[in-house]
Design a protein around this ligand. Structure first.
Ligand code: FEO
Ligand code: CA
Ligand code: CA
Ligand code: CA
Length: 580
């Protein structure tokens, strides 16, 4: 701890118990408000949501998308005004096609593909706090949807004219935006995670290249079947289209006319998120590749980011991408993914830096990065500069940084960059907590008020409180033998990183994960996302994918409606700082 003064306690709320109710619970003294559920018009005058799923693709493109995920609040105004009005920008990770269409996805049509694309991407809405404390969406020229069909461009070593990006249609769209980030210059970063699964083909002669196989690209995809109605998603018809995915996408929330830009210098993989900081003028961006056995990366900008900006260049286009090696002795090294360095040579099949970036995973394999238990969010403690990463769960990789084999519960690691400089190429690491239930794993050191599993979302507030969100998959939750039966619904916890104390702050409705968290600058309003309430499951004894309302009908509880992802606004009834 820096400063020498004993800081006050960080966690001042009473923990909530675990829950299996179809409800959203917060501690005593807190209140909640559901904001912008799926289908809400992004301008109050826009098309209203229809609860039978019959909104058209064009209407969906003017409404909040599905499956809210990473999110950031950009204040409008300085001082107290900036905590009462702002742009709320959030990702829509994927779609549930059973809920999206009135008749489900049985028959795939071009209009259904258009609507599914329109429910993906990013929403920008202007929100304002009323006199009674409640938040509302207001008419705004900045309100915007970026969808799977929005024109985009490319920048960095894999530029817009790179032959690998050539395809029949103009460059468009972002898909599977999981976690997110934001930059010191006020832009939003949407991250493309499980983009591989949208593509498929019926062509019996199609086979994946080694690079495509390394990204999990397959003829059947995840079963969206868009390729049946739109050749853009047919791997055999248009092999360049898929190379346009797997990137970090920069969006200027204050300029609705600016094209989103895919920043290729940050690499191509299943980006969970992108956590940006600066170190002596250099921009540094951390990103996990969320796959069992994949890696943690960081990008270090070359030169001072302010100089790049002043010259009209993007600081994210110039720099070095590194991948992490965690050694068993507690030290670590950032390995550069630079063409011509180490094994990344033309003789070894890497043509140039663009090729290294298009095949980031293969490049990272070649330099000897450390396999991890599914790296999810990365967050930086503003009080110490230490970096934390959630490893949600995994097979176990016979290394000290992933100590359990298998690892159904996940863990959180931290590291300190050498000299406290985020540009450093070496670091020391530690395990912050092993998640789970001590009733099933005696290595777990958590009280009942803090048991959790599958950490995913991770963020620090300005006081150095760490916020942990969970994403236990419903199949895992269903398995008592995996030790999840006492843990209940997904939840969010607060931790004191100095003492290691972890305390449950909220629980979500059935079938939902908790994902996405942001604060007003005064930390008196917290926004949290509830994703996929009612996800088809047998966890609550109701095996009914045909009627998800049997699992959850949150937040409307309308017998004729359907469960909807939404943002939840959390405030203290006394107006105090959240968590304190
Ligand atoms: Fe979309 Fe890795 O969670
Ligand atoms: Ca998710
Ligand atoms: Ca996630
Ligand atoms: Ca997850």
């Amino acid at each position: 701890w820096q400063g020498g003064v004993r800081p006050r306690r960080l966690l001042g709320f009473s923990p909530v118990p675990t829950s299996d109710a179809d409800d959203f619970t917060v501690p005593e003294g807190y209140e909640t408000q559901v904001l912008i559920p799926w289908g809400t018009p992004i301008r109050p005058s826009g098309p209203q949501w229809r609860k039978d799923g019959s909104n058209s693709a064009a209407e969906q493109a003017e409404q909040i998308g599905m499956n809210h995920d990473g999110m950031h609040f950009f204040p409008l105004g300085n001082g107290p005004a900036g905590s009462r009005r702002g742009l709320l920008v959030l990702n829509h990770e994927y779609v549930d096609q059973d809920l999206l269409f009135p008749d489900g996805p049985e028959e795939m049509t071009a209009e259904k593909v258009r609507k599914a694309l329109a429910a993906h991407g990013v929403s920008v809405v202007e929100v304002e706090q009323r006199g009674d404390g409640q938040w509302q969406v207001v008419e705004s020229p900045r309100a915007r949807r970026v969808t799977g069909s929005t024109p985009v461009t490319f920048s960095g070593p894999v530029g817009p004219d790179h032959p690998a990006l050539a395809a029949a249609n103009e460059p468009m769209g972002t898909l599977n935006n999981c976690s997110s980030g934001y930059t010191p210059w006020g832009t939003y970063l949407a991250c493309e995670e499980n983009w591989n699964g949208y593509f498929g083909t019926e062509d019996p002669d199609w086979e994946p290249t080694p690079a495509q196989a390394r990204y999990g690209i397959s003829a059947s995809g995840f079963g969206y079947r868009w390729h049946e109605a739109d050749p853009r998603f047919d791997l055999a018809a248009d092999p360049g289209e898929i190379n346009r995915f797997g990137w970090i996408v920069e969006i200027d929330p204050r300029n609705p006319d600016a094209k989103p830009v895919k920043r290729t210098a940050l690499g191509r993989f299943k980006h969970e998120g992108c956590t940006v900081t600066e170190s002596r003028g250099h921009v540094v961006a951390y990103s996990g590749d969320d796959q069992d056995g994949d890696y943690i990366y960081k990008f270090v900008g070359k030169g001072n980011w302010r100089v790049h900006r002043a010259l009209g260049r993007s600081p994210l286009d110039h720099g070095t991408l590194y991948v992490a090696r965690f050694d068993d002795d507690g030290s670590g090294t950032w390995l550069p993914l630079e063409h011509g360095t180490g094994p990344l040579t033309t003789a070894n099949g890497f043509a140039d830096q663009a090729d290294v970036l298009l095949r980031t995973r293969e490049a990272a394999d070649a330099v000897g990065a450390t396999r991890m238990d599914r790296p999810e969010w990365i967050a930086i403690n503003p009080k110490t500069g230490d970096v934390y990463c959630t490893l949600t769960n995994g097979s176990g990789w016979d290394n000290a940084v992933n100590p359990r084999t298998p690892n159904p519960y996940g863990h959180i690691i931290s590291w300190t960059e050498e000299g406290g400089r985020h540009t450093a190429t070496s670091f020391s690491w530690d395990i912050f907590v092993l998640a789970g239930d001590p009733a099933y794993d005696e290595q777990v050191d958590l009280p009942q008020s803090g048991i959790f599993g599958s950490p995913d979302g991770l963020a620090f507030d300005g006081d150095g409180r760490m916020w942990i969100q969970t994403d236990v998959s419903n199949s895992a939750q269903n398995l008592a033998q995996r030790g999840y039966d006492n843990i209940g619904n997904n939840q969010m916890l607060a931790a004191d990183p100095r003492t290691g104390e972890i305390r449950r702050f909220l629980t979500g409705p059935r079938g939902a994960e908790i994902s996405g968290v942001t604060f007003t600058p005064d930390q008196r309003t917290m926004f949290v996302n509830v994703q996929h309430p009612g996800e088809a499951t047998t966890a609550w004894g109701t095996p009914s994918p045909e009627d998800p309302r049997a699992v959850s009908n949150w937040p409307d509880f309308d017998p004729d409606g359907r469960p909807r992802s939404a943002t939840v606004v959390i405030r203290r009834t006394d107006g105090g700082v959240i968590g304190a």
